[in-house]
Write a protein that binds this ligand. Structure first.
Ligand code: PLP
Length: 382
């Protein structure tokens, strides 16, 4: 990798961000966040009940077009609950990607289920419909409307595809295959708030979708998450399970199952309400940044990752594809040394000790991408 290009890239980052150190993604706040927080503190409703939670849920409903939204304390807890709501039982298998953030697989493990790793497409970095269909045809059979893994005898009850860096995956094909096999789809849309496929928001194709509002995501509540669904029964159950399964009553405390304290505090929701006022503006700025980088890398013959036809990405994290692991390592080392944060895509889940025994397909594309993908600074400039 030529030093000239590396220096040119660092100059380009400095031109955009004009800062001594450039992180990968940092949040943007203004006066609204401060006002809403003060309002929240003055009201005394800072904890697990309050109007801001409802307001924030409604803003997500308006924005995504989902019929219901249930706020949670983070994206991982949203995924955990979504597993249970999708009917995943202890000992079941859940199909997902090996190329994802660890939260996806942790949530499967929290439900005492076992991940099965399916390859991704190179262009979306999300689950490959061909790989999914091929795996099921080779390894599964349907009995009484349920799908079982021939090898393990276990039920495959759900599938969790993940929209990597905000780029929508081939979700219509994945949903159609899962529908044929009686497998529930839970979309991990933690990275893709503001991403659409053919005008339909990511996370609304499956039975359930989950969002994250962690500090590094496109909007943040400090920490936070959301379950979205069009199914009223699931929505009611989600709210119940996330709020200690308390039976609504003015003063009595009674609970009808082991519930979870996965509520989003009102003070976090206040931040979310303020952030949602800006999301359309964030998306426009990110689109411009993405176009800028696309041109820049085009001129330097480096592959810049863009969404597939029909997909609109939120451009959460920009990513480039380098020619080899060696080239990637040189790029990452040089840029970080020069105060420009860059990082490789996640290590494959199938290579982590706790998931090393899980069944997987060839993971050909996942392995290829894992050695070459690098994220570059993607924040909204100050
Ligand atoms: C951020 C993220 C989550 C959820 O993370 P939390 O920090 O728990 O909000 C889940 N899956 C993916 C792919 C993510 O990037």
């Amino acid at each position: 990798m030529e030093l000239k290009f590396l220096d040119s890239f660092i100059d380009e980052v400095k031109k955009i961000y004009k800062e001594p150190y450039t992180p990968l993604h940092r949040p943007v706040f203004d006066q609204n966040e401060k006002d809403y927080l003060i309002e929240c503190i003055d009201s005394n409703f800072v904890s697990s009940v309050g109007q801001k939670v409802k307001d924030f849920e409604n803003s997500i409903i308006d924005f995504t077009g989902a019929k219901y939204a249930i706020a949670t304390v983070n994206g991982t807890s949203a995924l955990h609950l979504a597993m249970l709501l999708a009917g995943v039982k202890a000992g079941d298998e859940v199909i997902t990607q090996s190329l994802t953030f660890v939260a996806t697989c942790n949530a499967i493990a929290y439900a005492n289920a076992i991940p099965v790793f399916i390859d991704v497409n190179k262009d979306t970095m999300g689950m490959s419909p061909d790989a999914l269909e091929c795996f099921l045809k080779e390894n599964a059979k349907i009995k009484d409307g349920k799908t079982y893994n021939n090898k393990t005898g276990k039920r495959i009850s759900a599938c969790v595809p993940m929209h990597t860096f905000g780029m929508p995956l081939r979700i219509k094909e994945i949903s159609a295959i899962c529908n044929d096999w009686g497998i529930s789809v839970v979309e991990d849309a933690a990275e893709s708030l503001g991403s659409f496929f053919e005008k339909k928001h990511t996370g609304t194709f499956g039975e359930l979708g989950t969002l994250s509002f962690n500090g590094n995501k496109i909007i943040t509540t400090g920490g936070g998450g959301m379950i979205i669904t069009n199914d009223e029964k699931l929505a009611i159950k989600a709210k119940h399970m996330s709020t200690t399964a308390k039976i609504t009553h003015p003063y009595e405390y009674s609970h009808d199952m082991v519930g979870y304290n996965y509520r989003l505090p009102n003070i976090n929701a206040a931040l979310g309400c303020a952030q949602m006022l800006k999301i359309k503006n964030f998306l426009e700025i990110k689109k411009d940044l993405s176009n800028h980088w696309k041109n820049y890398f085009g001129e330097h013959n480096v592959d810049f990752c863009t969404p597939i036809k029909g997909a609109k990405s939120n451009n959460w994290l920009h990513a480039i594809l380098l020619n080899s692991k060696k080239e990637r390592d040189i790029f990452i080392e040089y840029t970080n040394k020069n105060n420009v944060m860059t990082r490789p895509i996640w290590k494959l889940m199938s290579d982590l000790p706790m998931f090393s025994e899980c069944q997987r397909d060839s993971l050909k594309n996942s392995k290829w991408l894992a050695e070459r993908v690098v994220n570059i600074p993607s924040s909204i400039p100050a």
